[in-house]
Design a protein. Structure first.
Length: 124
């Protein structure tokens, strides 16, 4: 019971980030009909980040309880937290890379469409 309550409280800490990633999924859904590639990249990034945050929050709160119940060494727990931290960092870096790829893809000129003119350029 304590592990469930601890995981829930830990997820409450991540609520603002979780809401941002859910908002990104909503934005991706609205873009789907106009720009599928952009929407797919954004949805992939948001889903990856959302799953990483939720899984990381649950692991952060439940691992100490699991280790103390089995009377494991604290140094083993530290090593495990280090491994989880590296995995979370890599996954979040991939998610942010997808977000940056989304931005690049969204602002890149598309072939077959007239290029947008610079706002400073006078109109004929």
């Amino acid at each position: 019971m304590a592990a469930g309550a601890s995981a829930f409280v830990n997820l409450l800490v991540y609520t603002p980030l979780i809401l941002v990633w859910i908002g990104g999924l909503v934005i991706a859904g609205t873009l789907w009909s106009r720009q599928r590639a952009v929407a797919l990249l954004l949805a992939s990034a948001c889903l990856l980040a959302l799953c990483t945050e939720i899984a990381g929050g649950i692991l952060t709160s439940t691992l100490p309880l699991a280790f103390t119940s089995r009377s494991r060494n604290v140094s083993q727990l530290g090593i495990l937290f280090g491994i989880v931290g590296v995995i979370r960092s890599v996954l979040m870096a991939v998610a942010w890379g997808l977000v940056l790829g989304t931005v690049v893809r969204a602002v890149a000129p598309r072939p077959g469409l007239p290029a947008e003119r610079d706002a400073r350029e006078p109109r004929p």
